[in-house]
Design a protein. Structure first.
Length: 352
């Protein structure tokens, strides 16, 4: 299997006014009293290790005592805005247990742990520097995937809810070997559908640590779903293979599982199912998805060289000459989604 490599460092793309207008229309804009840059003023830190004493690449950060009280109140307010109605009445029942900073990746996020002191339940959310391509990825995930994403934007700060699940690399190493044969078949099916979904909506860099596996008990068996958790590489790279999770070496065991458990006919069936589901979501969210794609078409979220490389590759893959006229990543995505919708409508009419 030919493997691929992503660009070493993706630049941060500013959030343009037309995108802010879209976000405001759909309730994604908020007002907060603490921004990403404020959290960077920590005075000390310690390394965070996992249960096996392995460096997690997160550090736990600390702030001067005279700043911490105001900071905690602001973070509780953000929690209320993200998960509730923004009321401050619940603040007395909340505690900011930890603030962690990630030293790995493009977004360098802060991870906030909020605990309810009445029942000891806790949730996490993330504060990052706003990046237009990531926001497009989050919104596309919300509209076109089976999942819903909760996030807010304030000026140059992005706030995201935590997506629960078992990190893909952890699942592959520690859970997959213990799954029975039926479960492995289900996981193989989900990886095929996940691979197809990422390719059709141009979500790149789905290495095993950028998605989670979500097991759900259903009667006498466990159902597995795969969810993306990193959206930095939405419509950025020019290499079309980077939008296929199957081509990353970190996913080789999942690819081998698909080859072992699924027949070619079944693989094609699951791909067709995912295309049909995506087409139905496009049709049911027509106004919103068109507004978002219109913003993407006007935006610059990649380089002209990557745009040209990608449109040629997708044109070769689909045999749709419309891709040759694309001048931006947004236009490539629009033509891609139109291609999926058009083929679905032709198939539906043929089988009517």
């Amino acid at each position: 299997m030919q493997q691929v490599a992503i660009s070493k460092k993706k630049p941060n793309f500013p959030v343009q006014q037309f995108l802010r207008g879209y976000l405001s229309k759909y309730g994604r804009i908020t007002k907060i009293t603490v921004c990403y840059e404020d959290l960077l003023r920590f005075s000390g830190s310690v390394v965070v290790y996992d249960k096996k004493d392995k460096d997690t690449l997160w550090i736990r950060v600390y702030y001067p005592e005279f700043e911490r009280k105001e900071l905690d109140q602001s973070l509780k307010k953000i929690y209320s805005l993200l998960y509730s109605d923004g009321s401050e009445n619940i603040s007395e029942f909340l505690n900011v247990d930890s603030i962690d900073f990630c030293t790995f990746g493009n977004s360098y996020p802060f991870r906030i742990k909020i605990r309810n002191v009445l029942n000891d339940n806790h949730v996490h959310f993330y504060i990052k520097k706003a990046d237009a391509s990531r926001i497009y990825g989050l919104e596309l995930e919300h509209i076109l995937s089976p999942n819903r994403i909760n996030f807010l934007v304030f000026e140059d700060t992005l706030i995201e809810e935590h997506i629960t699940g078992i990190p893909g690399d952890d699942f592959i190493d520690n859970y997959l070997p213990n799954c029975d044969e039926n479960a492995k078949s289900l996981i193989a099916k989900e990886f095929v559908k996940f691979n197809e979904r990422c390719m059709m909506r141009l979500l790149g860099d789905m290495r095993s640590y950028n998605y989670v596996v979500v097991p759900t008990h259903d009667f006498d068996h466990v159902v597995y779903k795969i969810r993306a958790i990193d959206f930095d590489q939405q419509s950025y790279e020019g290499n079309f293979r980077l939008y296929h999770p199957q081509f990353f070496k970190e996913n080789i065991k999942m690819v081998e599982l698909v080859s072992k458990k699924l027949q070619p006919g079944s693989i094609e069936q699951y791909k067709n199912e995912e295309r049909a589901i995506l087409a139905k979501r496009i049709l049911s969210t027509n106004t919103r998805i068109r507004s978002l794609i219109h913003c993407m078409e006007s935006d610059k979220i990649s380089s002209p060289e990557k745009v040209n490389q990608l449109k040629k590759a997708v044109c070769t893959f689909t045999h749709d000459m419309k891709f040759k006229k694309c001048q931006s990543m947004g236009e490539i995505l629009r033509v891609s989604l139109e291609f999926v919708k058009r083929n679905f409508e032709k198939s539906a009419l043929k089988n009517f």
